[in-house]
Every structure is written in C-alpha cells, then in structure tokens.
Design a protein around this ligand. Structure first.
Ligand code: ATP
Ligand code: MG
Length: 275
C-alpha cells in the first residue's frame, strides 16, 4: 500500500497558495526556513513549530547547475532578496535556515551551498540531503523517491526510514525543453513556455515522452538492485499529467505523484531545519 498523501497534498497546496498570493499564515513557535538552490528555481519555505507552511517565495535560478553553485554572488543576492521579501511580509526576522544537497555531491560544493545560506544572514542549522527532505514531506519510510528537476534526476531508495541508496543522473526538464525545441524548430524560451503550458500538453508530451522513458529506464536499472513497492515522483519536470502512467508502464511499479511536486523538496528542507 502506498502512503495516503491526503494531508501531505493539502499542506503542499496550501504552501503553493502562499507562494502565489504572496501572503502568510499565522504561526506558532519559532520559524524555520528551508532554502532550495535549484538549477531552475530558488525556493524559500518558512514553516512553524508544527511544520505548517507559513510563507514561501521563489525566484528563477541561473546560479546553480546540477546542484553546483556556479554564480556565488548571484546566488547570495537571490537568497538575500527572497529572505528580505519574506521578512517584510512576516514582520519578523528569519534566523534558523537549512539547505539541501543533491545526492552524490562532493564536500567542497556542500560548503558553498551552506555559505550562500549563511551569507544571506541565516544561522545554518542543518544541511539535509534532498531525498530525505522530500521523504519527510511525503511521510514515507520505504520506497523510491525520484526527483526530476531542471538539470538532474535524483534517485533515492528508502528502507525503514533510512536512505540506503542515492544516485543522480544528468537529465531533467532542461533535456525535455531541448528535445521539444529541436523537434519544432523553436527557441529554447518558446519550448520552455510551451512545455509548462497545461493547454499544450497533448502536443508537447508525445515529443518529450522518449525522455521520460529514458528516465524510467535509468531508474529501472537502479531498482534491479533495490526493488521497491512504490515510486514517488517529485520535482518540476514530473508535472505532466501523463508522467506517472508513462513511468508506471516502463517500470511495472505503482508511481505516486503528490500535489505541487515542485514544492516537495523545498518544504521538506524547512521541515528538516532544526533550531
Ligand atoms: N508545469 C510544468 N510542466 C512541465 N515541466 C515543468 C512544469 N513546471 C516546471 N517544469 C520544469 O521543471 C524544472 C524545474 O523543476 P525544479 O524546480 O524541481 O528543478 P530544480 O530543483 O531547480 O533543479 P535541480 O533539482 O535539477 O537542480 C524545469 O525544467 C521546468 O521547466
Ligand atoms: Mg531540485
């Protein structure tokens, strides 16, 4: 049986509403912030002592490539700007902050990500790995979490609440955009916009489907060594409505996608921000 995601989905949709409306919720106890430095998006998530979403903000990223900060000053400026924006909205200072690292990243890069969070004025309380962050929002202890982001696809296998395997592969939403642009003779920007437009999914998905199948075949290779009963997909590039069924068909394992898959990891980083 897969985990019942009803409550998790309500929380994610609430967090999405907070980001879209630019509002904030009342909170109890100390606030904790999660900073997700992604290839496509930088997301800040603020939760209270009950792990309830309080506020959030996002900014398109150009400062990170596949989990590695390539523009330190740009990253610092973006995180500082988002922090200032949230503090103005909340009327208080955000102190405790956590960040996440993609699977398989080396020590030096971990320090750089931490430095961005500290440089923006947070007290860095935790550096969590992305799959652990996602798993805490999903409330799962077992199964595979596949995070299909902009630059990379992270695969993590959980057993009894522990991450027992992680892998990261250089394919993701950007790869889909390139295929779509090439197919139609579109610019990257045109392809990116069309890809994200739900109204165009019926003509977009058939073109990017081979990329999704390729992702599934990569995941399948890992599952040979670590069989699981469920696969949870998160990250922006799994937003397509046909994504789960394509994965499921290739892998023969139930595939579950939470609401607002883009926001699972960011919210999970905040949940893992200790005081
Ligand atoms: N509605 C949508 N349909 C399809 N793809 C989408 C949609 N919304 C966002 N994406 C894609 O999701 C990707 C961004 O996802 P996400 O924010 O999870 O990545 P990231 O965390 O920034 O990147 P990474 O984890 O690789 O560093 C982009 O490639 C974007 O085009
Ligand atoms: Mg990501």
């Amino acid at each position: 049986m897969g985990q019942d995601l009803t409550i998790c989905n309500e929380t994610l949709l609430e967090f999405e509403r907070l980001i879209e409306s630019g509002g904030c919720n009342p909170w109890e106890g100390q606030l904790r912030t999660g900073v997700d430095l992604g290839t496509a998006n930088i997301v800040l998530a603020v939760v209270d002592e009950h792990d309830r979403p309080v506020a959030g903000a996002t900014y398109p990223s150009t400062v990170v490539r596949d989990g590695i900060v390539v523009d330190y000053i740009g990253a610092l400026n973006a995180v500082t700007k988002l922090k200032d924006e949230l503090e103005a909205r909340l009327g208080t200072t955000l102190e405790a902050g956590a960040c996440a690292i993609p699977p398989g990243i080396i020590e030096g890069n971990v320090r750089v990500i931490g430095n961005v969070v500290e440089g923006a004025g947070f007290r860095l309380t935790n550096v969590v790995d992305e799959p652990t962050a996602a798993a805490s929002v999903l409330g799962i202890t077992d199964g595979a979490v596949v995070d299909v982001g902009g630059g990379t696809t992270g695969i993590s296998i959980l057993k009894d609440g522990k991450v027992i395997f992680t892998g990261d592969e250089p394919t993701g939403g950007t790869h889909m955009t390139l295929v779509l642009a090439g197919f139609h003779g579109w610019s990257i920007q045109e392809a990116e916009l069309a890809k994200r437009d739900p109204a165009q999914e019926s003509r977009v998905f058939p073109v990017v489907k081979p990329v999704v199948e390729k992702m599934a075949s990569i995941v399948g290779r890992y599952l040979k060594d670590y069989p699981v009963d469920q696969i949870y997909v998160v990250g922006g590039a799994c937003c397509f409505t046909q994504f789960e069924q394509t994965f499921e068909k290739c892998l023969g394992v139930p595939v579950i996608k939470p609401a607002a898959p883009l926001l699972v990891t960011p919210l999970g980083i905040a949940v893992n921000c200790t005081q």
